[in-house]
Write a protein that binds this ligand. Structure first.
Ligand code: PAF
Length: 279
């Protein structure tokens, strides 16, 4: 496994491979890797010749400086996970490598940018798309893999790719869950033992909605799911919605082909998100 820190070194490694028609996959991460990330690498390996994984804690997507400061950075553990997963190249640039000078970034990501996570974390998706564009420019991948857990992020990245007409396929990969249903996340390490138990209500509420989708109306589903969450101690609900998977606007027409339930809540001191595709 090659570890690369600069864009120039990365380009000189990957460009000759591109010329020999090798298919390059990118798995962008912020490190603190878990089985969810490994699953992205495994899926990438099935679809490409070379898998590049980036580790970069991107400052421009953090709307709370404290969140950035406490973001976990277990480098040795990450390297071992990538090595064991059979990753070919790790791209681990410094902040100055990715942001040599201050720069303004604003692109039109469509109205869904300001809903859900975008409402609670203003500017978050500008930061995400800014770094993903830089990573795409550095790696020039044919295909890039993201976790469905960040459902809105995948949508925003697809919109960014469409905006720049980039010839990159964006693949959304299934959420990987712990045995008890908790969606894997780098933030889970911040959960106390009590939070860890309380956090289960998020996947339980989503599962309730999925299991009762055909028998209950959307308002009934929402009422029951929110009740479940609001009755759980230590859990503060930000939103629970049943939405159109393309616009993220609330969906009441259950026959629509693309419907997803999304939730965000603060569990103790940790903000978690999760979702389940209903149709
Ligand atoms: O999902 C993440 O880990 C980050 O938002 C990403 C896509 C690597 C951009 O920093």
């Amino acid at each position: 496994m090659k570890v690369i820190n600069t864009i120039a070194a990365l380009k000189s490694l990957l460009e000759p491979l591109k010329l020999t028609q090798q298919k390059i996959a990118l798995v962008p991460t912020m490190g603190a890797l878990h089985k969810g990330h490994v699953s992205l690498i495994k899926i990438a390996q099935l679809q490409a010749d070379v898998v590049v994984c980036s580790i970069f804690v991107n400052p421009t997507q953090f709307t709370d400086p404290k969140d950035l400061e406490k973001y976990p950075r277990p480098l040795e553990h990450d390297m071992k996970m990538l090595e064991d997963a059979g990753c070919n190249v790790v791209f681990m640039p410094s902040v100055t490598e990715m942001y040599p000078a201050p720069e303004e970034w604003h692109i039109d990501l469509g109205p869904a940018e300001f809903l859900l996570e975008g409402e609670f974390r203003r500017g978050h998706y500008q930061g995400v798309t800014q770094i993903v564009k830089k990573l795409f420019d550095a790696v020039n991948p044919d295909v890039a893999f993201f976790g469905q857990k960040d459902f809105q992020q995948v949508l925003m990245i697809k919109n960014m790719v469409a905006h720049f007409e980039m010839p990159i396929q964006i693949v959304s990969c299934p959420i990987i869950r712990e045995d008890d249903g908790l969606a894997m996340s780098s933030r889970n390490i911040h959960l106390t033992e009590a939070d860890r138990k309380n956090a289960l209500v998020l996947s339980q509420a989503l599962l309730f909605v999925k299991n009762n989708f055909s028998s209950l109306s959307v308002p009934q589903l929402l009422e029951e799911a929110k009740k479940l969450i609001n009755e759980t101690p230590g859990v503060e609900l930000d939103y629970f919605t049943i939405a159109n998977g393309e616009t993220l606007l609330p969906e009441v027409d259950k026959s629509h082909h693309d419907i997803v339930a999304l939730v965000a809540a603060k569990v103790g001191q940790t903000r978690l998100i999760d979702n389940m595709i209903l149709r």
